[in-house]
Design a protein around this ligand. Sequence first.
Ligand code: ZN
Length: 255
Amino acid sequence: MGKKFFAWSFDDGLEQDKKIIEILKDYGLGATFHLNSGLFGDKTYEGRIGNLGMTEKPAASFRSSGFHLLSYAPHFRIPEDEVAQVYEGYEVASHTCRHVNLARCKEEERQKEIADDVKTLSEKFGYPVVGFAYPYGAGAKESREVLKAAGMKYARLARTREGFKFPEDPLAMPLSCWHISPKTFDLLNAFFQTESDEDLFFLMFAHGYEFDFATDESNWSKFQRICEMVARHDDVISCSIRDAFLYHEGKKELQ
Ligand SMILES: [Zn+2]
């Protein structure tokens, strides 16, 4: 039988991550946090449309796009002098310095946004950062060589995939599920029930501010229910994305 891995993947380094980490600790779950080293301490708000919060765009761009915003949630990033302590024991990974769209950057900017972020985070957290998430899910094709040169072992997209196999191309790794999906629990149950000779990997994506929307599909108690379900399955190993790859590739032993 193959092994089953589950990882949470959170973006942007937000104040809500502190509460997330408390809950993850209660359930003994692992996670990866994708930070922007050039935006520590930055404060904005995120708009919600309908039942779901859908974007990282600043509020002004909602108004110009004509969408009707129902509410806002704080998108406050953790200040630089707190991050090392907050994320202690969890994998920190890169998300570019300033959350840029890598598909729209010039080559020079793309290199700098990735290489500088990886370097700053690696120094700050005291280990080589090996993971990445594309802001807006964009620019995988354009960034591949830069990511390899920066030592990235995996890079997460924003789109979802079918099935639970490890990604064929770790530098263009789709999600298993965005927690706001109405299919979240069906997908999790399908994962728990799947038996395979191969290793399987469920990658769950969220932004902390989305839990503050407090809608039917995006709220703190749903987050807790997901954690509780994962923790109940003894055959599922919950760890960081980095460790899921290391265990899968036999480069790290399970304890
Ligand atoms: Zn982001």
